[in-house]
Design a protein around this ligand. Structure first.
Ligand SMILES: NC(=O)c1ccc[n+]([C@@H]2O[C@H](COP(=O)([O-])OP(=O)(O)OC[C@H]3O[C@@H](n4cnc5c(N)ncnc54)[C@H](O)[C@@H]3O)[C@@H](O)[C@H]2O)c1
Length: 325
């Protein structure tokens, strides 16, 4: 089938584009390259430069490419930036989804897989894994831009315009098994990315925010999912929707987490380096623990994680970062 991947020149989108090609689909990547890289787009994918907010261009692309389904990654995702530039997040992320759905409706395309986030959940559930229907109370405009996007999808699905799968990613990390792709955005702000940058000497140190959380070692716990396991979830979601599946939503993680200190120790182990770690105050809005309950994903989409191993995740990220230097 023909799948349009918006944001397919980015970190998760480019891994997913490759996974969809391997599953036998034809892939068109649609990206404005604000944070993406054209060289990350797989050779077998057709690349079109454009902005998802341009609904009429997107509609014409969907028609000429004879698209059967959409995987929508294109978004801005810097949580901190969203607090001082909220309009840019609502405009790019929420209005972006509205434009994509509008184009789909005009082009007669129904299935859409949407990149959502654990940031929907805020910090209300910290003592157990988070389930799909737990309360949604985002702590920042980024989280709200995604929650509002899910609402748009839900309402348009109820009206019969589309069928969607919202995939709420927890912490995405790692690089491809073949060493050919990984996080290319130098100023991405994720812990493992920052840690491997410190390990290869691109940063003089790593800051650790908060050591007094109610967790065993006092640092925050997160559920780190390997980017290629996450890409496979998208492929399963596409198959589910193309097979006529009803609109649905899933938490995407392994169901267990690691503390910031454990992650730092693992990066030091795989890199055999001992970069300085500077302990700092808590950051506003950081939940003590965010772990996904992913039973629904396994039961309903048949997902089986293959890379649920912090050492493998950190090693692949480190090897990739070394390659970039
Ligand atoms: N990385 C994570 O840990 C994480 C966690 C939760 C959710 N997400 C979501 O996953 C998606 C992909 O994230 P990523 O880490 O790959 O980020 P990324 O920045 O690498 O990828 C985003 C891509 O979208 C493109 N883009 C942005 N706005 C666009 C627009 N208006 N029109 C066309 N293209 C546009 C960018 O150029 C880039 O290629 C995002 O929707 C993000 O919110 C990511």
């Amino acid at each position: 089938m023909k799948i349009l991947v918006t944001g397919g020149a980015g970190y998760i989108g480019s891994h997913t584009a490759k996974c969809l090609l391997n599953a036998g689909h034809q892939v068109t990547v649609f990206d404005n390259l604000t944070t993406g890289f054209q060289q990350a787009v797989p050779d077998k994918a057709h690349f079109i430069r454009g902005d998802v907010r341009d609904a009429s261009f997107l509609e014409s692309v969907m028609k000429t490419e004879k698209v059967d389904g959409v995987v929508h990654f294109a978004a801005k995702l810097n949580v901190k930036e969203s607090t001082f530039k909220p309009l840019e997040y609502y405009e790019n992320n929420t209005a972006g989804v509205m434009a994509v759905v509008c184009a789909m409706k005009s082009a007669g395309v129904k299935p859409i897989v949407f990149s959502s986030t654990a940031a929907l959940f805020g910090d209300k559930v910290q003592d157990r894994a988070i389930q799909e229907d737990d309360p949604k109370e985002p702590l920042n405009p980024y989280g709200y831009s995604k929650l509002m996007s899910e609402q748009v999808l839900k309402d348009c699905s109820a009206a019969g315009d589309i069928r969607y799968c919202a995939l709420r990613y927890f912490n995405v990390a790692g690089a491809s098994d073949d060493g050919q792709n990984g996080q290319r955005t130098a100023d991405a702000f994720h812990l493992i990315h920052l840690g491997v940058q410190a390990a290869v000497g691109k940063r003089s140190n790593l800051q650790l925010f908060g050591t007094d959380y109610p967790t065993p070692d006092g640092t925050c716990i997160r559920d780190y999912i390997h980017v290629e396991d996450l890409a496979e979830i998208h492929s399963l979601a596409v198959k589910y929707l193309l097979g006529g599946g009803e609109s649905n939503y899933f938490n995407c993680g392994y169901g267990f987490g690691y503390s910031v200190r454990e992650v730092i120790q693992m990066i030091k182990k795989v890199s055999k380096t001992d970069f300085p770690v500077i302990e700092a105050e808590r950051r506003p809005g950081d939940a003590a623990s965010l772990v996904a309950d992913s039973r629904k994903l396994k039961q309903q989409l048949g997902w089986e994680p293959k890379r649920a191993d912090l050492e493998l995740i950190c090693r692949s990220a480190y090897e990739w970062e070394k390659k970039l230097t």
